[in-house]
Design a binder for this molecule. Structure first.
Ligand code: CP
Length: 306
C-alpha cells in the first residue's frame, strides 16, 4: 500500500509529480472546477491527535473537492480518552475499510506504525518533531510558483528548528531539489548535526542567514515541546531573532516571506512583515489545499491503478 510518511529519501523525480499535479489542482480550484469523481466512493478519515487549523481543514476540503466521503475523528471526543491504544484505534478504523487515513500525532513515527497495521494509505499530517511532508510540498509549490523553479535559491529558515517537523521536511525537500539552505536560531534551538548536511549552513546571527536570501521563512517557537526552563521570553526572542522590516531588507529585493502557521506575531515575525506585499503566507494556505488534493489523488491511483 502506498503511503506518504515523510520527504526524507524522496528524490526530485518523486517530488515533482506531486507539485505538478498540485499546480493543476490549484488552477482548477480557483475556477471552482475540481473534478468531483476522482475520489468518488472512497473514504478519507482525518485522525488528529494534536491541534490543527490549516492541515485538518485543508485535508477535509481537498477530500471533499475530489468527491470522497470524509470523516473527521475528533480525538477529544473519541474513545482514545477512555484508554484505547493507538493500535486498537487503528484496528477499529481498519475494520471500517477506509481508503486514506490522515494522521497527526505528537509521537514521531506514529503514522509509520499505523501504516503497518491498516490497509488504508496513510498520510503523515505531522508527527512530533519528525516530519510534515505535505507542508514541505506546499512550501515547495509556493516557492516554485514565484520563481518559476525550485532550485538554485538561497532559502533562510529562521527560528525554532530543533522542534520543527516543518523545518525537517522542508530541509529534505529543498536539498533534494538543489537549493542553498541557511538555518538561523538560538544555539539551543539549532541542532548542530544539521550543519553537516550538504547544502545546509547554520547561523546564530539571523542577519547572516537573511543576507541576499530569496526566501525568508519564519518558524514559531514551539513552547509545547519545551521544558519550562528553556522557554525564551517573547520580547528577547523578537529582538534577537524576530523578522522585522530592517532584517527583511537584508534579503534580496522582493524576497518571499513565508510562515507555515500558526504565527505568533511580535515573537518570530513582526506584524507588518507578515502582512506586507512580500508575504505569501495566505498563498501557502491556498497551496495547502491543492497539495493535499494531489497527495490524496496520487496515493489513491497508486493503490488502485486504472
Ligand atoms: N502549518 C500547520 O501544520 O498548521 P496547523 O497546525 O494549523 O495544521
Amino acid at each position: 500500500t502506498p503511503h506518504l510518511l515523510g520527504i526524507e529519501g524522496m528524490t526530485e523525480k518523486d517530488i515533482t509529480p506531486f507539485l505538478d499535479l498540485a499546480e493543476s489542482y490549484a488552477l482548477l480550484s480557483r475556477s471552482r472546477n475540481a473534478p468531483r469523481d476522482v475520489l468518488q466512493g472512497r473514504t478519507v478519515i482525518n485522525l488528529f491527535f494534536e491541534d490543527s487549523t490549516r492541515t485538518r481543514t485543508s485535508f477535509e476540503l481537498a477530500a471533499k473537492r475530489l468527491g470522497a466521503d470524509v470523516v473527521n475523528m475528533t480525538v477529544a471526543t473519541s474513545s482514545v480518552n477512555k484508554g484505547e491504544t493507538l493500535l486498537d484505534t487503528a484496528s477499529t478504523l481498519n475494520a471500517m475499510h477506509c481508503d486514506l487515513l490522515v494522521v497527526r500525532h505528537a509521537q514521531s513515527g506514529a503514522p509509520a506504525l499505523l501504516s503497518q497495521k491498516v490497509e488504508a494509505s496513510v498520510v503523515n499530517a505531522g508527527d512530533g518533531m519528525h516530519e510534515h511532508p505535505t507542508q514541505a510540498l506546499l512550501d515547495g509549490l509556493t516557492i516554485r510558483r514565484h520563481f518559476g523553479r525550485l532550485s538554485g535559491l538561497k532559502i533562510a529558515i529562521c527560528g525554532d528548528i530543533a522542534h520543527s517537523r516543518v523545518a525537517r521536511s522542508d530541509i529534505h525537500l529543498l536539498r533534494a531539489m538543489g537549493n542553498d539552505i541557511h538555518l538561523a536560531g538560538p544555539p539551543t534551538l539549532l541542532p548542530g548535526a544539521l550543519g553537516t548536511l550538504d547544502g545546509v549552513t547554520l547561523h546564530h546571527d539571523i542577519d547572516e542567514a537573511l543576507k541576499d536570501a530569496d526566501v525568508a521563512m519564519c518558524l514559531r517557537v514551539q513552547r509545547e515541546r519545551m521544558g519550562s526552563g528553556l522557554v525564551p521570553s517573547a520580547r528577547e526572542y523578537f529582538s534577537l531573532f524576530g523578522l522585522d522590516r530592517r532584517r527583511l531588507a537584508l534579503a534580496k529585493p522582493g524576497a518571499l516571506v513565508m510562515h507555515p502557521g500558526p504565527m505568533n506575531r511580535g515573537v518570530e515575525i513582526a506584524s507588518d512583515v507578515a502582512d506586507s506585499p512580500q508575504s505569501v503566507i495566505s498563498e501557502q494556505v491556498e497551496m495547502g489545499v491543492a497539495v493535499r488534493m494531489a497527495v490524496l489523488d496520487r496515493l489513491s491511483r497508486m493503490k488502485n491503478p486504472a
